[in-house]
Design a protein around this ligand. Structure first.
Ligand SMILES: Nc1ncnc2c1ncn2[C@@H]1O[C@H](COP(=O)(O)OP(=O)(O)OP(=O)(O)O)[C@@H](O)[C@H]1O
Length: 271
């Protein structure tokens, strides 16, 4: 399912979260949205699943307007918010059971399949979620959104707060999903390396607008050609490792200071 946002504007009181944002995500792509804190990523995701409405502009998923067809779209879209809570008294498997029942999904082995897909062991699935680590909670969250076999996965900073091993393991799960299904996957991140690893396309979001968008290779190559000095400084400067041309595209789009802050974020979670 493709996703289109056109001239989207969203304000909260005096704060303009999205300021004429336009974006197209082709069906079946793995699309990374990179942005600094407050760029508007979570706001955009809430609009994409109809949890909030734009003040102006349109958002469509699979050609259907989200503000008119929200309920039907949400049946086909798996949305993993940045912060997800589970009832403490339940086991992981029971949480999935509640989600299955609430969504009216059949008892056809999909819970066991989702548990296996996200790499939770049977023993872990039968433990109470109150004892889950952050990484296990993320896996369980992903399992809940996989239950209906969604056509679109929207993941809001899915690796934030995970340790390097947890990040790697989560990446491997997403890679497997993108290889084995036709799902369109959209996720946002501060970390350029994970967008380079997982995505075929990306957009740089800054101050509520898309500053650059396209295939990851082209974004990286275009910026390297246009700004060789930025590439040199950005690729190896703050992080001491070559993060590739996407960092140059990001610097070009958001400016040095914002890019430096994002590089620092990346340091915290990079292996
Ligand atoms: N419910 C809300 N009420 C008021 N302001 C909000 C609300 N939601 C978002 N904002 C503001 O809108 C702007 C965009 O926020 P948003 O959470 O979408 O950014 P983000 O890119 O997801 O940031 P982060 O990386 O920190 O999660 C920020 O200035 C934020 O403070």
């Amino acid at each position: 399912m493709r996703i289109d946002a056109t001239d989207v504007r969203k304000t909260y009181g005096d704060v303009t979260a999205l300021d004429g944002l336009s974006l197209s995500v082709p069906s079946g792509s793995t699309f990374g949205i990179i942005g600094t804190n407050g760029a508007g990523k979570s706001t955009l995701f809430r609009l994409l699943v109809g949890h909030d409405r734009p003040d102006a502009g349109t958002v469509s998923v699979g050609g259907a307007d989200v503000t008119e067809d929200g309920r039907r779209i949400r049946e086909r879209v798996g949305y993993l918010p940045e912060h997800i809570g589970f009832p403490d008294g339940l086991t992981g498997r029971e949480v999935l059971g509640v989600h299955r029942a609430t969504r009216g999904l059949p008892k056809d082995g999909r819970i066991a399949a989702a548990i296996a897909r996200v790499g939770l062991t049977a023993d872990e699935a039968d433990r109470r979620v109150s004892g889950y680590s952050n990484g296990m909670q993320r896996r369980l969250g992903l399992a809940t959104v996989l239950l209906p076999d969604p056509d679109v996965l929207i993941l809001d900073e899915p690796t934030a707060g995970l340790d390097p091993r947890g990040v790697d393991e989560f990446h491997a799960i997403v890679e497997e999903i993108t290889k084995e299904t036709d799902a369109t996957v959209v996720f946002c991140s501060h970390v350029l390396g994970e967008v380079e690893r997982l995505c075929d396309r990306a957009a740089v979001l800054h101050d509520g607008r898309v500053r650059a968008s396209g295939p990851v290779d082209e974004l990286a190559a275009g910026a390297s050609e246009a700004a060789p000095a930025a590439t040199d400084a950005g690729a190896t400067g703050e992080s001491g490792r070559d993060a590739g041309g996407l960092r140059a595209a990001f610097r070009e789009a958001v400016g040095d200071d914002a890019a430096r802050r994002a590089a620092t974020d990346a340091e915290e979670v990079a292996p």
